[in-house]
Write a protein of this length. Structure first.
Ligand SMILES: Cc1cn([C@H]2C[C@H](O)[C@@H](COP(=O)(O)OP(=O)(O)OP(=O)(O)O)O2)c(=O)[nH]c1=O
Ligand SMILES: [Mg+2]
Length: 470
DNA sequence: GGGTTCTGGACAG
DNA sequence: TTCCACTGTCCAGAACCC
């Protein structure tokens, strides 16, 4: 998204706290971002435990390597920013302002969007069948990795994407429940049946969330977005026993950001909530003004720190401030355009056209990867490749797909990731047609000590004699 | 100049 | 089969093609 760039030293040259932070305070992992369920958590304690359990690991070394690379990129962008001339900045400001004006002229506040997100989804599904788990700290996943945790566990600082052994240290009584995708899929189906009542064309993002254009529903039911959200949550609870949170606003991005601002993903834990952003330009502008840029979907940890480190920007309002002229000069055209639209609170208000999945693959790629105990043995690695290719081929067959571009993914014991791709002479459908290329790619990397191997097929198409599934 | 392929990486859930 | 996952999308930059 972002790219090397230049700088503007005066904005952040001397702004650091005088006291040196303890090393664990400096360890910015994904867990340092507060999330739903984190109220009343001793964040310092959590951060210290995470740091102590990480600091001597290969994983930690790799994180440091990435941090150094990010720092270097930031330094290049600062330099470039500092080198910008007043003439360049003035010209850029004119074009940015023209773009803002034209975006503003086409702002569409006529639609009503709802973003729905299930609360603690995987954990809630398990609690449905085993109610006794509700009062126990529980995490879904294993000792290696946690997918999500219930509210009791979150109070201990346990959260998504946290390795289980660290979570166990934070909360020794933690109960682990293994992943059970068939259950989540079944629950998602029931939830989606409810979503369809409000918008038959709803778009799901993963198993547990969806974007709904409820404009038509509201008109037909003669209700407000707020009332529709309450009704949707009521029907979801009635049909599934699960709770969800909803954001309502004039477009999809705002609907999600509105909920993220104080519900999901916020410091305050508010499950089963709904959040409405009024359809007025003033409301949108004032909401965006103080909204942390990080709350915008697509602005992650890295982009957030680039914006802060290079431009001293942390809110959407600041994105539109004096620094706006630097955006197109420091970031790619697409990134800069995206930042502007996002900061203005502008996003698509219509569903994209549907693709016919009986003709189109319905996806761009399909992959399969596995983590295992460090492995050096070449024969064992080749056997692993065979297994992965077998299961990939089986997955592709289940959707009647064949592909022409195969990628081998390796994660070394050092956590360094390598991908090696090959374009096949013709589309491959069965494992036997994929394996030779995969083995060739693998052998070219040997000797290596691996902790993960994966295979991915792209350039997909539906093969001619594919049966239409149900 | 354009296109394509390959690689690494950000992001999301 | 584990002491930091797995699946999928998109993008930028480099290398290579014409
Ligand atoms: C964030 C995340 C989620 N998941 C899975 C587990 C989650 O239950 C499911 C939905 O993700 P989320 O909606 O991000 O989380 P959640 O539903 O568990 O909790 P919240 O109440 O805050 O919405 O996706 C992962 O497997 N890995 C991840 O890193
Ligand atoms: Mg959720």
């Amino acid at each position: 998204m972002a790219e090397p760039g230049g700088l503007e030293g005066r904005f952040n040259s001397g702004g650091n706290a005088p006291e040196q932070p303890a090393p664990w305070q400096d360890y910015q992992t994904v867990f340092t971002n507060a999330k739903a369920g984190m109220e009343g958590v001793d964040k310092e304690h959590v951060q210290r435990v995470v740091y102590e359990m990480s600091k001597d690991s290969a994983h930690f070394k790799n994180e440091q390597r990435k941090a150094v690379a990010l720092e270097a990129k930031m330094a290049r962008m600062r330099e470039r920013s500092a080198a910008l001339t007043p003439a360049e900045l003035a010209a850029a400001a004119r074009s940015v302002d023209a773009r803002i004006a034209s975006l503003e002229a086409r702002r569409d506040l006529s639609r009503t969007w709802l973003h729905a997100d299930m609360d603690c989804f995987y954990a809630a599904v398990h609690e449905l069948e085993r109610p006794e788990l509700k009062s126990l700290p529980m995490a879904v996943g294993g000792i290696g990795m946690i997918s999500t945790a219930n509210y009791v566990a979150r109070k201990f600082g346990v959260r998504s994407a946290m390795p289980g052994f660290i979570a166990k240290r934070l909360c020794p009584q933690l109960v682990f429940v293994p992943l059970d995708f068939p259950r989540y899929t079944a629950a998602a189906e029931r939830v989606r049946a409810v979503f369809a009542q409000f918008d038959p064309a709803f778009e799901s993002g993963g198993l547990d969330e969806a974007y709904l254009d409820i404009t038509d529903y509201c008109r037909e039911a003669g209700c407000s977005g707020e009332e529709a959200a309450a009704e949707l949550r009521r029907r979801v609870r009635e049909a599934t026993g699960l709770t969800c949170s909803a954001g309502v606003a004039a477009n999809r991005m705002l609907a999600k950001a509105r909920a993220r601002a104080e519900g999901i993903c916020s410091d305050i834990n508010k499950p089963d909530g709904q959040y409405v952003l009024p359809h007025s330009r003033a409301a949108v502008i004032s909401f965006m003004d103080t909204l942390p840029a990080r709350k915008i979907p697509c602005i992650g940890r890295v982009t957030e720190s680039l914006l802060r480190g290079v431009l001293d920007v942390s809110t959407c309002g600041q994105l539109l401030g004096p620094q706006r002229a630097r955006l197109p000069l420091l970031f790619s055209d697409t990134s800069a355009a995206f930042f502007l639209e996002a900061a203005l609170g502008i996003a698509p208000t219509r569903h994209p056209p549907k693709v016919d999945t009986s003709v189109e693959p319905g996806r761009k790629g399909m992959s399969c990867e596995r983590t295992f105990r460090a492995m050096r043995d070449a024969a064992a690695q080749e056997e692993m490749a065979r297994q992965l290719v077998d299961s990939l081929a089986a997955d592709m067959a289940s959707e009647g797909l064949e592909g022409r571009n195969i990628t081998l993914k390796l994660k070394l014991s050092t956590f360094e990731v390598r991908t090696r791709a090959a374009t096949l002479p013709r589309h491959a459908r069965c494992a036997a047609d994929m394996l030779p290329a995969v083995l060739r790619l693998l052998r070219a990397e040997m000797p290596v000590e691996l902790r993960l191997m994966g295979v991915r097929m792209a350039a997909l198409r539906k093969h001619p004699d594919a049966e239409l599934v149900h």
